[in-house]
Design a protein. Structure first.
Length: 213
């Protein structure tokens, strides 16, 4: 399998064929409140804020950004909230925002951050949020967990704009994992049978040269 991720367009391909992302699948099935990206009206301002905060956390974790460099940064409180949280749980980052794909289920995604906490006793997949909790977040982090080499503890982290104590939510139930696996299966079934908008057809799996359709 050969796969690629285009950072500019945020698109995945597997063996040259366009492959939907986790976010795209959830949007296409109506599992998120934000479908503006599919409708061509541009991203939500809340999503833009999240991207900005994620970028600053990534630079911080990679040692390319110091807290003192952020004087006047609009979202500095969220970064402060992350710094306080990682200190409190003794967080150690393994990898951050690494694009991945699942060949069997034909989707791609970018898990926020993986690592260990509490002296390395547990592998953790953390999904960092800058707003309130929403139901589809559990499906999202479960989809990312399926991309990893081994299962991690799934944790949602809710940062605060004022730099205060971040709250976290541990997902113990397998319901969201089962729901995601059903969702990606349903997405491809609807795609094969023409039950999605025509613009989704780009993601339909085509037979390789020499194969029967």
């Amino acid at each position: 399998m050969n796969w690629e991720f285009d950072d500019e367009t945020h698109r995945f391909t597997i063996d040259g064929q366009p492959t939907p992302s986790v976010t795209h699948v959830l949007q296409a099935l109506g599992c998120t409140p934000w479908t503006d990206g599919l409708r061509g009206r541009g991203p939500s301002p809340h999503l833009e804020r999240g991207k900005d905060v994620h970028a600053s956390i990534k630079l911080y974790e990679l040692g390319k950004l110091r807290r003192e460099d952020l004087s006047g940064y609009e979202h500095v409180g969220y970064l402060d909230s992350w710094i306080e949280f990682r200190s409190r749980v003794e967080w150690k980052t393994h990898q951050i925002e690494k694009p991945m794909v699942c060949e069997t289920s034909r989707y791609g995604g970018i898990p926020d951050i993986t690592g260990t906490w509490h002296l390395g006793r547990r592998l953790v997949l953390a999904d960092v949020k800058t707003g309130r909790d929403l139901p589809h977040y559990e499906l999202q982090v479960s989809a990312y967990n399926d991309l990893l080499d081994e299962p991690h503890l799934r944790v949602l982290i809710f940062l605060r704009a004022d730099g205060g104590l971040a709250q976290h939510k541990i997902i113990q139930s397998h319901d969201s994992t089962n729901a995601w696996r059903s969702a990606i299966t349903l997405y491809h079934w609807r795609l094969r049978n023409g039950y999605l908008p025509i613009e989704e057809d780009q993601y339909r799996l085509r037979p390789l040269k020499g194969q029967l359709p």
